[in-house]
Design a protein around this ligand. Structure first.
Ligand SMILES: C[S@@+](CC[C@H](N)C(=O)[O-])C[C@H]1O[C@@H](n2cnc3c(N)ncnc32)[C@H](O)[C@@H]1O
Length: 258
């Protein structure tokens, strides 16, 4: 891991202990209808159809929430990878087929290059000190599309604070600022979410844009005011869709409409 906080081993152990402790209640505590991840799935799934996606990898599948939702589509073959055994056991209890689950880390995905049409992550990247190696792994194993459904620090707080955060980030001072804010730890701990780091899907935008032909950003949380810089400055949760090639629907032949 690069750029990890000095006590990141301790943080990883704390996070692991948090999931071991809360796995049994994870679904009741985190899954509710209409949450930002449901909104993201609603935007993502029609794109699967239009991109002719057949195989999907869900990185950090946890209790298999996304995996189970996607498996409802018989056209999709979905695999979930997850490091925490207690969460995988819970995924099986909740109905995920054991053969669709692999214990492993996003830092070293146990799959060859280009093995999946689409690779998805939901709420994983704000739980690691440096998401870049996981994003690089997702791009390595993906053929057509990568979906990042996660936090956007710039869309949270009062407008003045959102603008200040953006200015600090653009000046290259965000890591130092965040470290001071968290008193040297580099992470926060809450009973709701365990250990979390400061993350925005925009941090991963350059890597995803270099890989893809197009990147589409979809606001998925509750809108935080209005802004011409939307959703960067107006939404705390964003779905980033990085796509190679163009979506096509068999019944829509745009070239013939002129
Ligand atoms: C907030 S949970 C989200 C779980 C699931 N994606 C969902 O939406 O319900 C964060 C997940 O990231 C997983 N995670 C943390 N570090 C990871 C890593 N290095 N590689 C893969 N997954 C990781 C955790 O074990 C946990 O399952």
């Amino acid at each position: 891991m690069t750029n990890a906080a000095p006590d990141s081993d301790n943080a990883a152990a704390l996070q692991r202990a948090y999931y071991d402790r809360t796995a049994a209640e994870y679904d009741t505590a985190h899954l509710y209808e209409g949450c930002q991840h449901d909104v993201a799935l609603g935007y993502m799934t029609p794109l699967f159809e239009a991109l002719d996606i057949r195989t999907v990898l869900d990185v950090g599948t946890g209790t298999g929430r996304t995996l189970r939702a996607l498996q409802a589509n018989p056209k999709l073959d979905v695999i979930g990878v997850e490091p925490v055994r207690a969460l995988l056991d819970k995924a099986v209890d909740a109905g995920a087929p054991p053969t669709a689950l692999v214990q492993g880390s996003g830092f070293h995905l146990p799959f060859p290059d280009n093995s999946f049409d689409a690779v998805v992550e939901v709420a994983v990247l704000h739980h690691v000190p440096d998401p870049s190696p996981i994003v690089a792994e997702m791009l390595r194993v993906a053929r057509r599309a990568v979906f990042v459904d996660d936090d956007n620090r710039f869309g949270r707080g009062r407008l003045s604070s959102r603008l200040v955060k953006l200015a600090i980030y653009r000046a290259g001072l965000w890591p130092a600022f965040w470290k001071a804010k968290t008193r040297g730890k580099g992470y926060q701990y809450t009973d709701d979410d365990g250990i979390s780091y400061s993350y925005s899907v925009y941090d991963s935008l350059p890597a995803l844009a270099e890989w893809a032909d197009r990147v589409v950003l979809v606001p998925t949380g509750i809108e935080n005011g209005t802004s011409w810089l939307h959703p960067l400055l107006s939404n705390p949760h964003v779905l980033l869709c990085a796509v190679k090639g163009e979506p096509r629907l068999p019944w829509l032949r745009l070239g013939t409409l002129a």
